[in-house]
Design a protein around this ligand. Structure first.
Ligand code: AMP
Ligand code: GLY
Length: 425
């Protein structure tokens, strides 16, 4: 099977690493890829937003399956173009990717299907949004409707914060994404990420994880794309997984099919868990980054069999099995992130880091001659397995300590919640 992987982050390096282990694989291509992905794939400069070029590439290289990592090409319809050309693709249509592309779309689906989530209203102007926020009171959550690179959500602890977040959206801080705003009830509890592979009809549970969104230790500072993750998420007991499937995922699958937009690919539910059970915070139409890295470390099955079944139907006959080990990944980012990261700083010591038994996935790296350098905000994902999160955490940080990159930083407390639960320190 020849495979084209679209994307260039740590998520895609983890997918490439796992796909490369498949006995079904012929040649793996990646567009655009990164220096880590280059160890497993032939890189191409193909533009994923140029749909006719993507289709022509697939025909030329006899691609049997396209795996799309990030959301933007999905929302732009790359899966539709491939499906129209008769090429299998792991990832939803543009219509189904609205689950991630429009928060208002998802909230309306929740309302129709009776899916537990925060109370909300949608607004297209500031005065009405502000009047609703005032009537509800703080804490309250303000969300730009569209894709805003993870920055469009303000959890406002005061009314003033809420009002200024509403102004930011309508004054263009998030471009078109902020032209509509969702004002939503604040939900308390513990967050968890839950993943399902979907083939339009069947949703197959595909692991749990917990992310660390804030840039600083102790969950402080601004939000990021994610500074580290571990899997499984202990809060997601088998009972809670069963309830999430029944109350949230299955009604979503039915609702999407009823709209003529059956969901295929990976459905990533951001959940808030409290004593009443799971509530949906948001959907993503792709794997989490860095959550994918810890899932791929723990997955025991052949990933291509599963991705192909999601693309073509047939998940009902499959299951996914996982290592009993916990996996933990720490993101190393370039100084300045999540603001403007410093580019071009040299990185070495990755072989020494992997000699400890950890796996280093590349995200924003580049080669300048033979020298590996930082190229983006999130740069490396140092990932380790262990019999528990405490051990996986110690192993990941031992590997990080072998990396020589003065221009980088990481949180030192990834996994703290699970480590505290395990009580081994
Ligand atoms: P999102 O960009 O939708 O992932 O939201 C970013 C973060 O905001 C989430 O991971 C939550 O921590 C928080 N958040 C979003 N919606 C709510 C809510 N209704 N109540 C509390 N926190 C929320
Ligand atoms: N790590 C959060 C995300 O991928 O959305």
């Amino acid at each position: 099977m020849n495979v084209l992987l679209i994307g260039s982050g740590g998520r895609e390096h983890a997918l490439a690493w796992k796909i490369a282990q498949s006995p079904l694989l012929g040649t793996l291509y990646a567009a655009p890829g990164n220096p880590g992905i280059a160890k497993h794939a032939v890189l191409s400069a193909l533009d994923p937003f140029d749909h006719s070029a993507v289709v022509a590439f697939c025909k030329d290289k006899a691609i049997d399956l396209v795996v799309v990592g990030p959301e933007a090409p999905l929302v732009a319809g790359v899966a539709d173009a491939l499906n129209d050309a008769g090429i299998s693709v792991f990832g939803p249509s543009a219509a189904a990717a609205q689950l991630e592309g429009s928060k208002g779309f998802t909230k309306d689906l929740c309302a129709r299907e009776n899916i537990p989530t925060g109370a909300y209203q949608r607004f297209n102007n500031a005065p009405k949004a502000k009047a609703y926020a005032r009537a509800q009171g703080a804490p309250i959550v303000i969300k730009a409707d569209g894709l805003a690179a993870g920055k469009g959500v303000t959890v406002a602890m005061t009314l003033d914060e809420a009002l200024s977040a509403i102004d930011d959206c309508f004054e263009g801080a998030f471009g078109e994404a902020g032209a509509e705003v969702v004002v939503e009830e604040f939900l308390g509890g513990e967050e968890a990420s839950f993943f399902c592979l979907c083939d339009g009809t069947t949703a197959l549970p595909f692991g749990t994880a917990q992310d660390h969104k804030r840039v600083g230790d102790g969950d402080t500072g601004p939000n990021t794309g994610g500074m580290g993750a571990y899997s499984p998420a202990p809060v997601m007991t088998p009972e809670l997984i069963a309830r999430t499937m029944e109350e949230i995922i299955e009604p979503t699958m039915r609702g999407m099919a009823a709209m003529g937009a059956p969901f295929t690919g990976v459905l990533y539910a951001g959940l808030m868990i409290d004593e009443t059970g799971p509530r949906l915070i948001e959907y993503n139409a792709r794997f989490g980054d860095p959550e994918c890295q810890v899932l791929m470390m723990r997955l025991k099955d052949d990933v291509l069999t599963l991705l192909k079944a999601a693309a073509e139907g047939g998940l009902a006959d499959l299951s996914a099995s996982w290592s009993d080990d916990a996996a933990l990944t720490v993101v190393m980012a370039a100084e300045g992130y999540p603001g403007t990261p410093k580019k071009g700083t040299p990185i070495s010591g990755l072989d020494a880091a992997e000699a400890t038994g950890a796996k280093v996935f590349h995200a924003g790296t580049a080669l300048q001659g033979d020298q590996l350098v930082a190229q983006g905000g999130r740069v490396l994902n140092v990932t380790a397995l262990g019999p528990d999160v405490t051990t996986a955490q110690a192993r990941a940080y031992a590997a990080i300590d072998a990396i020589d990159w003065p221009g980088g930083f990481c949180r030192r407390d990834i996994g703290w919640r699970a480590v505290e639960r395990e009580g081994k320190n």
